[in-house]
Design a binder for this molecule. Structure first.
Ligand code: DP6
Length: 330
């Protein structure tokens, strides 16, 4: 069975593992899947059962700054020092440890996330994508974006879509080593599209998406139907994007999210990321739609909702949800 280091060696081969720049900074956007990734064919390399498609969130994401130091590794997250015992510190530096030689210089890393961490808001996707972009700058590798996408996937599957702005399709690939499983940016924009972040809670979720995904795949009787559903929804979303047909886009995206959540609810033990507030918002969205407002939602591994609507309905959406944060992806 291949491990992460085997894939890193394939991509980096003879490239340097000694710093090329003393300091630098990079950025990667968060992304929201319109057609979800839920289930793996290889848990070590984060190879997915299905392809998926996302939209990147422009200025919501992770800023990653590094500086070579002659002390121990230091980490600041949102301007606060993180102790070496903290799981966030340990996860980050064990990922970085896959790339650097044990004797290579230590780093002072500052991560500034403009999106709440670990509340199903894709902070780990932008986080890992920013780390691989940062390492590329630190070591002067000049990797191709698709290679960065593969490296980011080794940190967290959805991170492979956070290398680019705009719409990105993660093509699942069929190879055992996953060298054909990476993000591909779609050559289209949609300037009128808006994403609204409707926060319910920013508390850490009680089950990680990684564990929830594994459990769903292991024993949800509904999971058998999921890959076929994704194929249909992905096709519908790509056609809707090509035609700039907002209704079709919204319907397919909302259906895909709902089916993902129903599929995990059917696992034992059942997985439910929604709170009563989430359900209330969903009812409100459906009510607004019945009244003629073209608004849809999607939901990831957390209680928060992401609304999809167009520029010309922005005022009505803000009136219905005054607390909403609006993102203009293009
Ligand atoms: C619901 O990418 O966080 O957001 O690969 O185990 O790190 P790992 O999972 P992760 O899962 C994201 C799940 C999702 C759907 C999506 O973004 O496609």
């Amino acid at each position: 069975m291949l491990n992460k280091s085997d894939i890193i060696s394939k991509i980096l081969s003879e490239k340097s593992r000694t710093p090329h720049s003393e300091k630098g900074s990079v950025y990667a956007p968060a992304n929201i899947a319109l057609c979800k990734y839920w289930g793996k064919r290889n848990e070590i390399l984060n190879l997915p059962m299905t392809s998926s498609l996302s939209i990147s969130l422009q200025e919501k994401g992770s800023h990653f700054a590094f500086e070579v130091v002659d002390t121990e590794d230091v980490l600041h997250l949102n301007e606060k020092i993180i102790s070496a015992e903290d799981p966030f510190y340990q996860n980050l530096f064990s990922f970085i440890g896959l790339f650097r030689k044990s004797h290579s210089p230590r780093l002072h890393i500052r991560i500034h996330s403009t999106i709440p961490i670990a509340a199903g808001l894709a902070s780990s996707a932008s986080g890992f994508a920013s780390v691989v972009k940062g390492l590329d700058a630190l070591y002067g590798w000049h990797l191709e974006p698709w290679e960065l996408s593969i490296l980011a996937r080794l940190g967290s599957g959805s991170a492979c879509r956070s290398i680019w702005p705009g719409f990105v399709e993660w093509q699942k690939g069929i190879r055992e080593d996953g060298m054909d499983s990476f993000g591909v940016p779609l050559d289209l924009t949609w300037p009128a599209l808006r994403i609204g972040l409707l926060l319910v809670s920013c508390e850490k979720k009680n089950i990680s998406s990684r564990k929830a995904m594994a459990l769903t795949q292991e024993n949800s009787p509904l999971y058998r139907a999921w890959p076929k559903q994704v194929t249909q929804d992905l096709d519908a979303i790509k056609i809707a994007l090509a035609n700039q047909d907002f209704r079709d886009l919204g319907e397919a995206s909302e259906r895909n999210a709902l089916i993902m959540h129903k599929t995990m609810m059917a696992a034992t033990p059942s997985i439910d990321y929604s709170t009563p507030q989430t359900h209330e918002y969903v009812q409100q969205i459906w009510q607004l739609r019945q009244e003629g407002l073209s608004i849809y939602f999607t939901q990831d591994a957390g209680p928060n909702l992401k609304l999809l609507f167009l520029e010309n309905t922005e005022a009505e959406v803000v009136q219905a949800f005054p607390q909403i944060e609006i993102i203009q992806p293009f």
